[in-house]
Design a protein. Structure first.
Length: 329
């Protein structure tokens, strides 16, 4: 709202500010985070101290292509890269990356465009000194930047947002922090069902999954209502008993690529679901690895409209599923 008014997009129909004053007053007094610009001077903004798991989100607009700006979470105000814990960057080669322990890396090649807005999500676990980063370009698809990346600098408390630009600038708006407990569920020999907000159009669903061992047989499925049988699921991803990851396409399991998995390793899954078309696309990213297509435009196993339930089951072994998040785009 603040930016809308400041950019002259509010139509003023009165000859004075009568009738418009309240809108401006509301925008200014209820906005907790006005925009900040990452420049050649370090910018620091304190937030409520976080010592557990939490999510931090913000929008960022780079001033041009090929700039070099960082956005980092830290313990206290900082004035050096080496003091930041969790960092995402518009890098000078024109891509988005994040810091993983000893250097910048990315699960995917994610180019950015000057003047375009990107929404970032940090899912941070202070106790394990790790964080996962996603980015969504305006009107685009949520993409994994890094899964369980290690902090650059150890920090038992995070309470500060640090911005800096070595080349160009970067406008950061709407920073928000929410303490969270990325609830985890275990796929076992008893069906587990968790309801989520009803989705009847196109949406994404993301989660992390850690198989208990090699050659397990566990499924994660989306459905209409709680289920207790495979045949009640619409969209399904599986750690299969031959040691690979696959998904269900209409009449059987298959995969666009051979994707072996390892017990104890965490994998980030992304479903892009088109409910009206009764199809879905699945990607998977191993911790520290590259995003790989599991299946594109696969047909639902069971027709369903809407989808509102996450179903888990393990015929062999187990599977720990965390941070399930459906969202429209």
């Amino acid at each position: 709202m603040y930016n809308w008014i400041q950019n002259g997009l509010l139509s003023l129909s009165e000859t004075s500010d009568y009738g418009n004053h309240m809108t401006l007053f509301e925008a200014l007094t209820h906005s907790t985070n006005l925009c900040q610009t990452a420049s050649s001077s370090w910018s620091n903004t304190a937030f409520t101290a976080q010592t557990g798991t939490f999510t931090a989100t913000f929008n960022a607009t780079p001033s041009g292509n090929g700039i070099n700006t960082v956005m980092g979470l830290s313990d206290g105000a900082q004035s050096a890269y080496a003091s930041l814990a969790a960092i995402v960057r518009f890098n000078p080669s024109g891509d988005i990356d994040a810091y993983n322990g000893t250097g910048y890396a990315a699960a995917n090649t994610i180019p950015y465009t000057g003047g375009a807005m990107y929404t970032f999500e940090f899912d941070v676990n202070v106790s394990t000194q790790t964080y996962t980063v996603y980015v969504t370009p305006r009107g685009g698809t949520k993409t994994l930047v890094g899964l369980n990346f290690a902090f650059r600098t150890s920090a038992t408390t995070l309470n500060n947002l640090s911005l800096y630009a070595q080349v160009g600038t970067n406008n950061v708006c709407g920073f928000a922090v929410n303490a969270s407990n990325p609830l985890c569920q275990t796929a076992s020999s008893s069906w587990s069902n968790t309801a989520f907000t009803t989705e009847a159009n196109t949406f994404t669903a993301t989660y992390t999954a850690t198989p208990s061992a090699n050659d397990v047989n566990t499924v994660v499925g989306l459905s209409d209502g709680a289920q207790s049988a495979y045949t009640g699921l619409a969209a399904i991803a599986r750690f299969n008993p031959t040691g690979d990851i696959d998904a269900y396409n209409g009449t059987g399991y298959t995969a666009a690529n051979t994707i072996p998995y390892t017990g104890g390793t965490t994998y980030a899954f992304e479903f892009i679901v088109n409910v009206p078309a009764q199809t879905y696309t699945v990607y998977v990213t191993p911790a520290g690895g590259t995003t790989t297509l599991v299946g594109q435009n696969y047909a639902f196993r069971t027709s369903a409209n809407p989808l509102n339930n996450l179903s888990l089951y393990a015929a062999v072994g187990g599977n720990n599923v965390c941070s399930f998040s459906p969202s429209n785009y």
